[in-house]
Each structure stands twice: as C-alpha cells, then as structure tokens.
Design a protein around this ligand. Structure first.
Ligand code: NAD
Length: 422
C-alpha cells in the first residue's frame, strides 16, 4: 500500500485529503475530475450578532461548506463547539459527500458549524444563535439545496428551530429542510438510534466475515452521546458484552460486562457522571481505547487514534462511530497490526441513511413504521458493507481506501454524466 503524506497529522482536512489522494491515485482518476472533486463547491463564513441574556451583544462565527451537490442536495450536520474551524467543517463536508455515495443515497455533502460552547449558553441564547445562523444561510438551505442535521452540540430541538426559521421566511412549513428533527415535526421513527444501529449492523457483518460470533464478543465504546450510547445499548441487547465505555468525564471498565441500560438511566435520567456508575473500574477516558477487546468503537471526536498511540490498540475490529477518529498516519499502523477497520464513511452512515428516509417521508407526507425504517436501514448497511469489502479484495486495498474509491467512482461517474456547466 502506498503511503500517505501529511504535514500536520491532527489537521482533519489534511487527513481527509490524504485518503482522497490515495484513493484517487488507485482509481486512476482523470486529472480534471480529481481537481473538481478535491475542492468544495462553496464555503461561507457568517458573523452572527446575538443578544445574550444579560443584555450583552456577542458576535459568533459560523460556517457552512457545500463540498458537492453532484448527486443531489448537500447533506450534513451542524456542529456547535468551541473548537470548530473552517478546515474541520471542510473535512466533514467532504466526508459527507463520500459517505452518501458509499451508501448510494441521492445526496451530496455539506457541513456547518458555529464556534460556541453550548454547555455555557442558555436555551434562549442557543435558539437565537440557531435562528440567526439559519437566516444568514437562507439562500443556501432548502430540501432541494442543502439539508442540515444534528451533529456534536446540536440536537432535535436545534433542528426544530432551523425548520421554524426557514419556514417563517419562505412562508410555508417546510419539514424536509432538516433531518433529525422531533417526530411531531416530521422526524422519522428510528432516526435517533440510526447511527448506533448502523454500527451494530456492520459489526455483525464484520464478525461473520471473520468467522466470529456476536454473543459474548467484547466491545469497547468511546463516547456516550447519541452514537456511542445507542450503539452500546443495541449491541448489549443483541448479546455483545460491553466491557468498556467512556465519555468526556472518564472511562469505566468491567471485563464481565456493563449493564448498559442501567448506565443510560444513570447518565441520562439521574444525570450523574458516567465514571461514577457503580459497576466498573474507573480509568482515564483515553485509556479505554487500548484495552483488549474484539470490537473497538470510537464514537466521540476526531483524532483519537494517531501515529503516537495506534500501536497500543488491542482490538480485532475497529468500527468508527465518530467522524475521523483515526488519523491518516494511524491507518498504516492499524493495517500492519491486521485490525479489520470499518471506516467512518461506512460505519456511521446509518445516521445519514435514515436522514434520507426522513427526507423521503417528509416529501411523501407519509410516515413509515419503525420496523420498515430499520429493515431498509439493514438492507442499505449490509449491502454497502459487502460492496466495500468486495472492492477492497478486488483492488487489494484496505477497507478505508476501498470505501473512498467506491465513493469517488460514483461521484465522478455522476459528474461525467452531467458534464461541466458553461
Ligand atoms: P454527542 O454530542 O451526542 O456525544 C459525544 C460524546 O462524546 C459525549 O458522550 C461526550 O462526553 C463524548 N466525548 C467528547 N470528547 C471526548 C473525549 N475526549 N473522550 C471521551 N469521550 C468524549 O455526539 P454524537 O452525535 O454522538 O456524535 C459523536 C461522533 O459521531 C461525532 O464525530 C459525529 O460527527 C459522529 N456522527 C454522529 C452522527 C449522528 O447521527 N449523531 C452520525 C454520524 C457521525
């Protein structure tokens, strides 16, 4: 396998680009198409004046990047976090393009973010930031243009505010302008669990491929938010043994298995700190990544496995619930160790797949049963997993580069069919 070149390992945009370069080279992508797909379509920075509860006027910085709309409207979350950067949003937008293409849904890729700390903002301040951000992007957003969803620091309520702001401006309720919204506003059954369920589905597929069984397989999950907690819960219910979990406050380890349902009550109903749950041994959050297990699911933030620590991973399967948890330099170390990697653009694509189902249901005005949503999700995830693995075997590349190659090939083909305008 050719090696990747990056100047700053922790710059996620460079990490994404390094994989793109390698996959494009393996595919023999034409020079012009390569140039077209390397850069985003559009990017915008917005400065959001917001009146704070104490009467102060603050200005927040927000971004939206549309990487590609070749296969359909832009699709991608909005992130509220203190360390959001334009490079990060660019990388996430490109990943959305490849992710939608890997699971073959008719969307391009986009992403947005606002530099703010939701933990330090009141509900009314968050609402004003969201509404102003949406209003500034009014000409960009829309069911046929660009469809946001939740990401780190945003949730169903934030999506409801985006929906309302957009609808007030266009003078009619437009539910399909966002996904991941509350059920009562046109959300989809099964969306909340979709990313975690997608992880479960691809892990089952990987175990079957490696001749291993789910029952009793030892799983470690880093991140206990939407993706991590629901992946852990669904896998626990499916007979996996969840031996370690972590969130920002620290990690918990129990080789006999944790009671994930009780842990969810502890964190989400009782509102207590995860590492204080009586049922495991505490350890620093990052250490959980290096305990022996069958499946490791980083489902928190980027850059967790790097060239400095990837050699310490003791998992047979790495299922990337988060976007970009592994740096491009760590890829090579994991490959040498023989870890079976289910790359982020496949592993966490369950969320965008059910977002697509949500968008379809909104436009149909007809809503599906949860079992229908889950069944369709299973079809998409299993089929996509099989395609990536087949691509990897046919082209003699690792799963990540195979997923990129499959995705780039699909986007490039659509681009060729459309041709270049003017
Ligand atoms: P979230 O905000 O609901 O949860 C994030 C979790 O990570 C929290 O439990 C937090 O405490 C934990 N965390 C943060 N920093 C940590 C650290 N340094 N060490 C350990 N834990 C840490 O976010 P989410 O929606 O679950 O998203 C998690 C990741 O999955 C992100 O990379 C996101 O882009 C990606 N993702 C999310 C979805 C989705 O549907 N929500 C879909 C695809 C990808």
């Amino acid at each position: 396998m050719a090696t990747v070149v990056v100047k700053n390992e922790l710059n996620v945009y460079e990490s994404a680009e390094a994989r793109f370069e390698l996959a494009a080279q393996k595919l023999g992508l034409e020079e012009g198409l390569y140039r077209y797909l390397k850069y985003p379509n559009k990017e915008v920075t917005v400065y959001l004046p917001v009146m704070m509860d104490d009467g102060r006027l603050e200005v927040f910085i927000g971004y939206r990047v549309q990487h590609s709309t070749v296969r359909g409207p832009g699709k991608g979350g909005i992130r509220f976090a203190p360390d959001v950067t334009l490079d990060e949003v660019r990388a996430l937008a490109a990943w959305m393009t490849w992710k939608c293409a890997v699971v073959n849904i008719p969307f391009g890729g986009a992403k947005g973010g606002v530099i703010c700390d939701p933990a330090r903002l009141s509900r009314t301040e968050l609402e004003r930031i969201t509404r102003r951000y949406t209003a500034e992007l009014l000409d960009w957003l829309g069911p046929e243009r660009d469809v946001p969803a939740p990401d780190l620091g945003t949730n169903e309520q934030v999506m409801a505010w985006v929906l309302d702001t957009y609808s007030m401006h266009v003078r009619h309720t437009t539910t399909a302008v966002v996904t991941g919204k509350p059920l009562d506003l046109g959300g989809s059954r099964g969306r909340r669990e979709a990313t975690g369920r997608g992880c479960l589905i691809v892990c089952n597929r990987a175990l079957a491929k490696l001749g291993m069984k789910p029952e009793g397989s030892r799983v470690i999950v880093q991140g206990f938010g939407n993706v991590g907690s629901l992946a852990a819960l669904l896998m626990h219910q499916a007979g996996f043994k969840i031996i370690g979990v972590a969130d920002i406050h620290g990690a918990l380890y129990n080789e006999k298995g944790l009671d994930v349902a009780a842990l969810m009550d502890w964190v989400y109903l009782k509102r207590k700190l995860l590492p204080e749950f009586p049922g495991g041994t505490r350890m620093p959050a990052q250490e959980i990544l290096f305990q022996p297990c069958d499946i490791l699911i980083p489902a928190a933030v980027e850059n967790q496995l790097t060239s400095r620590n990837a050699h310490r991973v003791q998992a047979r399967i790495l299922c990337e619930g988060a976007n970009g948890p592994t740096t491009a330099l760590a890829d090579e170390i994991l490959e040498k160790k023989g870890v079976f990697v289910i790359p982020d653009i496949l592993a966490n694509a369950g969320g965008v797949t059910v977002s697509y189902f949500e968008w379809v249901q909104d436009r149909q005005g007809f809503f599906w049963r949860e079992s229908e949503v889950n069944e369709r999700l299973q079809d998409v995830m299993e089929h996509s997993f099989d395609e990536v693995v087949r691509y990897s075997e046919t082209h003699g590349v690792n799963n990540r580069i195979a997923a990129y190659m499959l995705a780039i090939d699909r986007v490039a083909y659509a681009l060729k069919l459309r041709g270049i305008y003017a």
